[in-house]
Design a protein around this ligand. Structure first.
Ligand SMILES: Cc1cc2nc3c(=O)[nH]c(=O)nc-3n(C[C@H](O)[C@H](O)[C@H](O)COP(=O)(O)O)c2cc1C
Length: 400
């Protein structure tokens, strides 16, 4: 038996915590675990919103049973088909053979492809409604947050939005499920990391979705990962955060991401950072790409407006970790950054050429000429590194 959390009258949390997986999508570290959230609406008709990762089907089923007893489930709403949410669908259909699965046309294609399900399905269109009894399910298609079938489900009577992955965070739910029951401070930084890792490419679809939701009165946000947001300040905060991140707007601060094998490029990075600090930038975050996980570097680049990248020339290319980072930034269409770059070489420079091409392609605002270092730090190189940090700081200060 479980004591299932009630979020509002008749709305139960039946999600699970995963504290064993190391990497989400086998890519992104989970130092504090993750939750897969699913919700049960117990009305005249019973609806389940999303499921959980297949590894947790058993405990999920026990949670549902604790809330519902032998009562059947009428509907499963699939807001998102990614397997961390759809993984228990096949299993659920075996337990509840008469359940009707609600999704949109893109969902149906995936249900068939992933799980061979073609029967007992209800394909809805944008703004369609399904009446449960006291409550109504209204569906909003919000494609490409971050898959094509993604949608959200709103219950107007309770002003609850089941938002899918939007507004989700890494981090398990330790004790409380609802923000008012837990200390939510640490989740906001994890929400930015989650956004930058998973959703970051899709700024325009997020803006379209926010536009669609703007006329809706929302008192509770039930995402598929992390806390349920109920407190007034928090709901505004998470929506504002998504608005800001999806417009690629950022705070005053500087990320210096660099690679270095023997420390020369690293010393250049140190000088640039010291200069930026001396010129008033308190938020300076340095990432050695071989040490910091890309997940954290992306989070900080989404957070801060200033970006300086440094790389030694490596077999006529960029340092591999820098190559990988700029590929991730390209993939996410990161925009509107104040940009500087620096590089080292010993016989024929290539890193600055590659970084220049990257900056121009991304239409970054290049703050000044790059810093080029042959072999090691000489006085003129130190001078131009200091200059780069100073100009970056001055441009960031003007952002106020
Ligand atoms: C595996 C390897 C490949 C390199 N390839 C080049 C190259 O193609 N062109 C070049 O001018 N220098 C090349 N270098 C030299 C480094 O770019 C140069 O020494 C740089 O200053 C090293 O910076 P670091 O001290 O921060 O590691 C290479 C060095 C290594 C170890």
């Amino acid at each position: 038996m479980y004591k299932t959390s009630q979020i509002k009258e008749g709305i139960y949390y039946v999600g699970v915590n995963d504290r064993t997986k190391h990497l989400f999508e086998n890519l992104w570290p989970l130092p504090k675990g993750i939750s897969y959230n699913s919700y049960l609406i117990d009305d005249d008709k019973v609806a389940l919103i999303d499921t959980v990762d297949v590894c947790y089907s058993e405990v999920y089923f026990r949670k549902i049973r604790s809330a519902l007893g032998d009562k059947p489930i009428d509907y499963l709403v699939v807001n998102h088909m990614e397997p961390d949410h759809s993984g228990s669908i096949e299993w659920l259909v075996n337990q509840y053979p008469h359940i009707t699965i609600i999704g949109n046309s893109r969902t149906m294609d995936m249900l068939k492809g992933f799980y061979g399900i073609t029967e007992n399905i209800l394909s809805i269109k944008d703004a369609d409604e399904v009446k449960l009894g006291k409550n109504t399910l209204r569906f909003y298609l919000t494609p490409m947050i971050h898959w094509p079938e993604t949608m959200m489900t709103y219950v107007p009577e309770l002003k609850i939005l089941f938002s899918g992955d939007a507004f989700g965070t890494y981090g398990s739910l330790d004790g409380g499920v609802v923000d008012s029951q837990l200390n939510s401070d640490g989740y906001f930084d994890e929400m930015i990391r989650y956004y930058s890792n998973i959703v970051g490419k899709y700024g325009s679809p997020v803006q379209a979705a926010l536009g669609k939701l703007s006329g809706i009165d929302i008192e509770v946000v039930c995402s598929t990962h992390g806390p349920v947001w109920t407190e007034k300040g928090n709901i505004e905060k998470v929506i504002a955060l998504y608005d800001k991140l999806s417009k690629y707007e950022a705070d005053k601060g500087l990320v210096i991401a660099y690679g270095s094998m023997y420390g020369n490029t690293e010393q250049l990075a140190e000088i640039i950072a010291a200069s930026a600090a001396e010129n008033g930038i308190k938020n300076v975050v340095m990432h050695h790409v071989s040490k910091s996980h890309q997940s954290d570097i992306l989070r900080d680049i989404f957070k801060y407006r200033g970006l300086i990248i440094g790389s030694p020339t490596y077999n006529n290319q960029l340092y591999p970790g820098i190559e990988s980072l700029i590929s991730a930034l390209r993939n996410r269409n990161i925009k509107d950054r104040l940009f500087g770059y620096f590089g080292g070489f010993s016989w024929a420079d290539a890193s600055l050429r590659h970084l220049k091409e990257f900056a121009e392609e991304m239409r970054f605002d290049i703050v000044c000429d790059p810093v080029s270092m042959k072999h090691s730090l000489h006085a003129d190189v130190v001078e131009s590194a200091w200059n780069l940090g100073q100009i970056m700081a001055e441009k960031l200060q003007r952002q106020d």
